[in-house]
Write a protein that binds this ligand. Structure first.
Ligand SMILES: [Zn+2]
Length: 343
């Protein structure tokens, strides 16, 4: 059984790599220093996909049936940044903006939305990112979708919440210095969450275990953000240390993507950095996968555990698919609303 599962998982991974490579090439990236997606499209797709395997049997059949949807649409929230004003802030929280006199920002910012609004105003919170609270909104929406047994919305919100939870697991999504722009390390965002993942994802361990019920989703999310933020110091420091000792003409390499030549971090530099991080990227990726599965599971339990086998063999509606095609078209037109790049 374990071997069979491993074989199936390997097949799934091979397909995924093929698909992701394809979609990566389709991206209209002109400068590899500016990754236009958190975790890269590759990482987000993988997180949602593998999260399916953390679900209990009562949920697995339904999610497995829609695994292509959940994979493909793991990146919709990033595309929505091109269509919807106010979307960008849902992907991050610049928690260090709230540091005063060296205080731990997690002691400064109330976890509760209303208390945080009272302390800092809604405008400030929106300006510096709302990902921990947005995940709660998405969780309620997903729960409602389960209660109403609405297949379209279960799919849509499952894919979406997976994206935001994954973002909350990225250290550079918790800082104002989100692309190293304040410390002369511009490009580090894409290096950490796209380049390193794309090179090393096949070596990661995807036996994640089963998702569990989350008693307090808000605290759970804040703890994930906190862990991300505590890893930030290493993310920035190691890159700086490595740059200082690495031959400067070997740090970058050039790749041909379509008609465009892009500068990117060299394989050697990327791997030396990955090694210094000592498993951090894999740990954050695995934690994100387990968190996504656990949130899906929790929303379903809180909705009263509806029988998902009754919802099987219902494809997403043509209306939903049309809506998402339109989103894709806006994304391809490429006028981003809100903060540019990397969040
Ligand atoms: Zn994002």
């Amino acid at each position: 059984m374990a071997n069979w599962f491993k074989f199936r998982l390997t097949l799934v991974l091979i397909t995924l790599v093929a698909l992701s490579t394809l979609s990566f090439r389709k991206e209209k990236e002109v400068n590899a220093f500016v990754s236009n997606s958190s975790w890269g499209f590759f990482g987000h797709k993988r997180i949602n996909r593998i999260a399916t395997f953390t679900l209990p049997p009562e949920m697995f059949g339904f999610y497995k049936e829609h695994i292509e949807y959940l994979t493909e649409h793991a990146v919709d929230p990033d595309k929505r940044r091109y269509a919807v004003k106010g979307e960008a802030e849902c992907h991050f929280i610049d928690i260090d903006h709230y540091v005063i006199n060296g205080q731990n920002p997690f002691d400064v910012v109330p976890r509760n939305w209303y208390k945080a609004v009272e302390k800092f105003t809604e405008d400030t919170l929106h300006a510096y990112g709302i990902v921990p609270w947005h995940i709660q909104v998405m969780k309620s929406k997903l729960q409602k979708a389960f209660e109403n047994k609405n297949v379209d919305l279960i799919l849509k919100y499952s894919a979406d919440i997976g994206h935001y939870i994954a973002d909350a697991h990225v250290p550079l999504h918790t800082t104002e210095n989100y692309n190293g722009q304040m410390t002369g390390q511009r490009g580090i965002h894409g290096l950490w969450e796209s380049r390193l993942v794309e090179i090393n994802a096949e070596d990661y361990d995807y036996f994640i275990g089963k998702g569990t019920y989350i008693k307090n989703p808000l605290n759970f999310t804040w703890e994930a953000v906190q862990q991300s933020h505590y890893a930030l110091d290493s993310v920035l420091r190691f890159e700086k240390e490595l740059t200082a000792q690495f031959p400067s003409d070997k740090k970058y390499s050039y790749e041909q993507r379509g008609n465009v030549t892009v500068q990117t971090y060299s394989y050697e530099f990327s791997q030396a950095y990955h090694k210094m991080l000592d498993g951090m990227v894999e740990r954050r990726l695995r934690a994100a996968i387990l968190a996504v599965g656990s949130f899906w599971y929790t929303a379903w339990v809180d909705a009263g555990q509806p029988d998902l086998s009754k919802l099987q063999n219902v494809p997403p509606s043509p209306e939903l698919l049309k809506e998402l095609e339109e989103l894709d078209a806006l994304y391809k037109k490429g006028e981003q609303k809100g903060r540019d790049c990397d969040h």
